[in-house]
Design a protein around this ligand. Structure first.
Ligand code: SF4
Length: 232
């Protein structure tokens, strides 16, 4: 993995514009690239209204998303799709697409592994490896959208990892999902699921991001909960 090459989906628009202008490109290039990225372009070669020399420069400096579908399982019963994604550094995470009458909902991972140690959860087995970046979370949505050729309307952060243990990237991700020039998903159609990190829940309540919050209890009382969930 070339550490100097950047996941372009990690950049905010202003950062992209600044980087391209520093590289000698006119200001409007950032808007062109941005539109391609969030229309689902999976490679710079697809950005056909950009000069070839510029596309070659982009390829040297950036990659798009950095995830690939390693395995896809499709339920014959209801069309649910389970994805195993490989990341740029060889790590893997899982996501799930659920098809409902009201739209397509994805359950995404926020970390590689998890350090919360819930006894019933396979994700806690090896502990935490690393946080996913905002761009890697966006890439999961884009990859699934592209795989089914349909829009994703709902996002649930309930895959591998504890979202509030990757707080800053998750906040950035939720704002990006909601942005009208990116995926334009309503906050009301997003759900953050936490095992119960109280300081982060309190901090989150002040962010002004009106998503649904789901707190996993997994037990009818605190005595049992403490046995199976160290966070309790
Ligand atoms: S917080 Fe979620 S992902 Fe982490 S160990 Fe508990 S149930 Fe598993």
């Amino acid at each position: 993995m070339d550490l100097d090459v950047i996941n372009i989906l990690d950049l905010e628009f202003d950062e992209l514009m600044q980087k391209l202008e520093t590289a000698g490109e006119p200001g409007f290039r950032a808007k062109q690239v941005w539109q391609w990225l969030y229309q689902g372009a999976a490679s710079f070669d697809e950005m056909t209204n950009l000069p070839r020399t510029f596309r070659d420069k982009l390829k040297e400096l950036y990659y798009i998303g950095g995830i690939e579908i390693k395995q896809r399982l499709i339920s014959e019963k209801d069309g649910t799709r389970k994805y195993l994604f490989s990341l740029k550094d060889g790590k893997v995470v899982e996501s799930v697409l659920m098809r409902y009458r009201y739209g397509n909902s994805v359950c995404l991972s926020t970390q590689v592994g998890c350090r919360m140690g819930c006894k019933f959860c396979a994700s806690s087995g090896l502990g935490i490896d690393r946080n996913l970046t905002c761009g890697e979370m966006i890439a999961q949505v884009m990859a699934i959208q592209s795989d089914i050729n349909e829009r994703i309307s709902h996002v649930v952060l309930m895959g591998i990892g504890e979202p509030f243990d990757n707080y800053d990237n998750v906040i950035k991700f939720l704002k990006r999902l909601n942005a009208s020039d990116i995926l334009a998903i309503s906050y009301r159609k997003m759900t953050v699921s936490t095992c119960g990190l109280v300081p982060e829940i309190l901090r989150f309540s002040k962010e002004g991001i009106p998503v649904n919050l789901s707190v996993s209890l997994h037990a009818p009382n605190d005595i049992i909960r403490k046995e199976i969930m160290p966070v309790a």
